[in-house]
Design a protein around this ligand. Structure first.
Ligand SMILES: NC(=O)c1ccc[n+]([C@@H]2O[C@H](COP(=O)([O-])OP(=O)(O)OC[C@H]3O[C@@H](n4cnc5c(N)ncnc54)[C@H](O)[C@@H]3O)[C@@H](O)[C@H]2O)c1
Length: 386
């Protein structure tokens, strides 16, 4: 018997928005999810216009998320939305997620999960109390070769992990004139972005990727954040030293002022037997290097790869898959998790490989501790000679 499509509502992602359109493509890709309702903008007219442009029933193009939850909750179970995708600026993630859960809807939110660690912990309590599902779109965990790296480390191919280096550098905020875009203006405003711009926007992805692939947890950090462009109150660049729960160390580098860099996300993990290297600019390749041996280039779709990797691929080798498909893998896994939930099966995020509230809380802890650490000078030694 064919399964009914999972019904989705979207909050944010109106005209001119960036990530909302990507989420909609990702949700559609495997045919398991249907967008049926939305409140796409803070502007009531744009809300309706976007919904109608997307071909939604006009009765389900709501003028605000408040109306959406109130009205959708009144619909019969077989009609109302199953889950809500949150793609607004950061300050709305928590209030929207809270309200969605309290009205009985599962949530798939973009990151960072909330504006503060306290909010993330409150969210965790609400999820537990409501007994509903929560996913967080840490996009990069959706790449097939990232899953391959994770599984190879889990199988012990690298031996004991000694060092993790993760970099996420972009150049799109390199000059003050770059601040005029819709996306830049709220990211540099602490009331909408939170206490960090660069670390909250991309550093948190890098930290999540390092933990997801290595299977380790960051236990301590020492950060040096910068406001490179004059007049900014939030960081646009930073470096963080990391310590992991197995005693290994690492470095996390994030920047939005690295002129010429696109979305240059790169991860290198070194064990006592071998190392792995993955880069978003070549996402279908994974380098495996054993000590004193020729490097091995693993390619998506070629040879024997882990089942999780194969399941995350849609095309034969050499037909490139990328960002949209990685996003779609999170959506499809979340849809499968909702189906299992509906059948009363155990449906943990870990079982379905969907980043969830654990990652949400860890991400907010990362951001808060990075900012707090950077504000202290205690680790710094002035170079005094003589
Ligand atoms: N996972 C990823 O790879 C990734 C990539 C980019 C952005 N993001 C995250 O996605 C979120 C959105 O980023 P963006 O770049 O798309 O921003 P954006 O400014 O392009 O879009 C935000 C949208 O939210 C809408 N909005 C604002 N207030 C609203 C309200 N009260 N009700 C309904 N809609 C409202 C805006 O009108 C706009 O359409 C951010 O939290 C960001 O961190 C994640």
């Amino acid at each position: 018997m064919s399964k009914a499509k999972i019904r989705m509502a979207m909050i944010g992602g109106g005209e001119g928005a960036f990530i909302g359109a990507i989420h909609r493509i990702a949700a559609r890709l495997d045919g398991m999810i249907e967008l049926v309702a939305g409140a796409f903008s803070s502007d009531t007219n744009k809300c309706k216009a976007t919904g109608e442009l997307l071909g939604l029933d006009s009765s389900r193009c709501y003028d605000s998320y408040l109306t959406l939850f109130a009205e959708e909750a009144k619909l019969p179970a077989e009609e109302r939305v199953d889950f809500v995708a949150i793609v607004t600026p950061n300050h709305l993630h928590f209030p929207v997620a809270k309200m969605a859960l309290e009205h009985g809807f599962h949530v798939l939110s973009d990151k960072p999960a909330t504006l503060s660690l306290v909010e993330a912990q409150q969210l965790q309590e609400i999820i537990t109390k409501q007994g509903l599902l929560y996913g967080l779109t840490h996009t990069y965990t959706g790449y097939p070769m990232v899953k391959e790296a994770k599984q190879r480390i889990k199988a012990g191919e690298l031996g004991c992990i000694r060092k993790v280096i993760v970099e996420y550098t972009q150049g799109w905020l390199a000059q003050s004139e770059d601040e005029s875009s819709k996306q830049a203006s709220w990211r540099l405003d602490t009331s909408k972005s939170g206490i960090s711009c660069c670390m909250g926007d991309i550093g948190v992805h890098a930290a999540n990727l390092a933990e997801y692939v290595s299977g380790l947890e960051i236990t301590q950090l020492c950060a040096d954040l910068n406001h490179v462009v004059d007049g900014r109150s939030l960081d646009d660049d930073g470096t963080v030293l990391l310590r992991f729960n197995n005693g290994s160390k690492g470095v996390l580098l994030a920047s939005q002022v690295a002129i010429g860099d696109e979305n240059n996300l790169r991860l290198r993990i070194y064990g006592d037997k071998a190392s792995l290297e993955w880069s978003q600019l070549e996402p279908n390749s994974l380098w495996l290097r054993a000590h004193n041996q020729a490097a091995i280039l693993l390619r998506a779709g070629v040879g024997v790869l882990h089942t999780d990797t194969q399941n995350a691929l849609r095309t034969p080798a050499g037909h490139p898959e990328g960002y949209l498909e990685a996003f779609a893998n999170i959506y499809s896994n979340f849809a499968k998790q909702i189906h299992a939930f509906k059948q009363g099966d155990s449906a943990t995020n870990q079982e379905f490989d969907v980043p969830g509230i654990k990652e949400a809380v860890r991400g907010m802890a990362f951001i808060e501790h990075v900012v707090a650490s950077s504000e202290r000078d205690t680790k710094w030694h002035s170079l005094q000679i003589g």
